[in-house]
Design a protein around this ligand. Structure first.
Ligand SMILES: Cc1cc2nc3c(=O)[nH]c(=O)nc-3n(C[C@H](O)[C@H](O)[C@H](O)COP(=O)(O)OP(=O)(O)OC[C@H]3O[C@@H](n4cnc5c(N)ncnc54)[C@H](O)[C@@H]3O)c2cc1C
Length: 401
């Protein structure tokens, strides 16, 4: 199987020549599907190869928060705001397909010390353009009456939303296919085709595919995928659990998190971390998240994470002690060592592009990441400066492994 599309676009972006209209995307998760959709919107000829099935990995294992509230790094805030605006406006016709809801995020501090730390985070976030309202105990209680009595204060982030990531993947791929994209499932990339140093396609378990540009959207496996091409992408799996309750009466009305969640997200610790992140689904089940630990792709020893999540959730919402937990699942977030996604042309291997490293925010950041990468692949200037996300930043720091 060899892609027959002719190269027809000649353009340059920051010195990286894009000399083809045909793009092959490795991975059909949230990121690969968003890249595929936006590439077709740019008129590019798109092939997606997926080792398993669409949204078969991380993108069906997590929650669906589309958040601005947990962002503290300027480039990620810019990307999150851009992505949020796409879900809210440009993609609004798709909202029902993926259960998009703009519900607002509530951050809860249980102690004075935690509240003080939340205040300083908020001061920084406001400087970086995030809209957030401080809440006293009474206001918190009005928004979330079922919260624990042990609260010191909190904040409301009106722009926080949610969606169902697997449904988003399905719909984005459907739209891409309606515009000509080809999707090959059960097709694992095992190597790369080359013309000299340049990548010109992939070898897979189902034959070779040629392409003018290859996008590595392999999620937590993107480091391994890059290695096959002789490239370096320092993404590692960061395991996370989520629990699901039985359906209940509506008692959680926003995307609710303990303020400590901000520390968990930005931490680089390998050991088990967890803080409460609670989300009610349209089906009236409640998702209880989450944990973080770096232990490779191990499926061993999840009990500690499950116990921690249960404890944290019941502390924040005591009524959950009487609600049955009916399921748990875990996935591997694509962890990037500096907590910023990796988006753009590979630093060392011409013809290879990366769209990965979104860790615990890939569903929320998918639309923005996909659109920006599609813009540069088609030779248009991107709506945002992609320099902070450049894969080259790790090479220039001498972190090449
Ligand atoms: C517990 C938990 C909670 C989370 N909560 C949220 C949240 O609330 N909001 C949010 O925005 N994000 C959340 N996330 C993070 C989010 O799920 C991820 O950032 C996102 O799913 C990453 O998408 P991806 O497309 O990069 O990776 P994936 O969904 O893993 O997709 C990568 C795909 O690449 C394929 N692949 C890999 N290697 C190959 C190969 N050699 N050949 C072909 N195909 C290959 C894989 O099969 C896979 O399907 C959470 C994650 C977890 C685990």
């Amino acid at each position: 199987m060899t892609g027959q599309s002719e190269s027809r676009i000649q353009s340059r972006w920051k010195g990286n020549a894009v000399s083809s209209s045909d793009v092959l995307i490795i991975g059909a998760g949230a990121i690969g599907s968003a890249v595929a959709y936006y590439c077709t919107q740019q008129g590019l000829d798109v092939t997606v190869v997926e080792a398993g099935k669409p949204a078969g990995e991380t993108s069906s294992k997590g929650e669906g928060h589309v958040r601005i509230s947990d962002k503290t790094l300027a480039p990620e805030i810019e990307l999150a705001q851009y992505s949020l605006s796409l879900y809210r406006d440009e993609l609004s016709e798709q909202a029902d397909y993926w259960d998009y809801q703009l519900r607002g995020g509530v951050m809860v501090s249980s102690t004075d010390a935690s509240l003080e730390s939340l205040h300083s985070t908020i001061a920084k976030q406001r400087q970086l353009g995030i809209e957030v309202e401080m809440l006293d105990v009474q206001q918190l209680r009005e928004l979330e009456p079922a919260l624990t009595a042990e609260v010191a204060g909190g904040a409301l982030y009106p722009d926080d939303a949610r969606l169902a990531p697997p449904k988003m993947v399905t719909r984005l791929l459907e739209l891409a296919q309606q515009t000509g994209a080809r999707l090959h499932t059960q097709t694992r990339v095992t190597g790369f085709l080359r013309d000299g140093e340049r990548v010109t396609g992939v070898q897979t378990s189902r034959g070779d595919f040629s392409a003018g540009a290859v996008v590595n959207a392999g999620g937590p496996w993107s480091g391994q995928v890059a290695k096959l091409a002789g490239a370096y992408v320092p993404v590692e799996p960061r395991r996370g659990y989520v629990l699901v309750t039985e359906a209940t009466e509506p008692r959680v009305f926003h995307e609710v998190s303990a303020a400590e969640y901000l520390d968990t997200v930005s931490s680089s610790e390998a050991d088990l971390q967890g803080s409460a992140v609670i989300e009610a689904l349209p089906s009236r089940e409640i998702l209880l998240g989450s944990s973080r630990e770096r232990m490779g792709f191990s499926a061993e020893g999840g009990k500690a994470a499950v116990d921690l999540i249960t404890r944290n959730a019941q502390t924040l919402f005591p009524f959950l002690q009487d609600v049955q937990i009916v399921g748990s699942r875990f996935g591997f977030r694509p962890y990037s060592p500096d907590h910023l996604p990796i988006i753009g042309p590979d630093a060392a291997v011409e013809g290879l592009w990366n769209a990965t490293g979104h860790e615990g925010a890939g569903a929320g950041l998918a639309a923005g990441s996909g659109k920006l990468l599609a813009q540069v692949l088609s030779g248009s200037p991107p709506d945002l400066n992609l320099a902070p996300f450049s894969p080259a930043r790790f090479i220039s720091r001498g972190e090449r492994g």
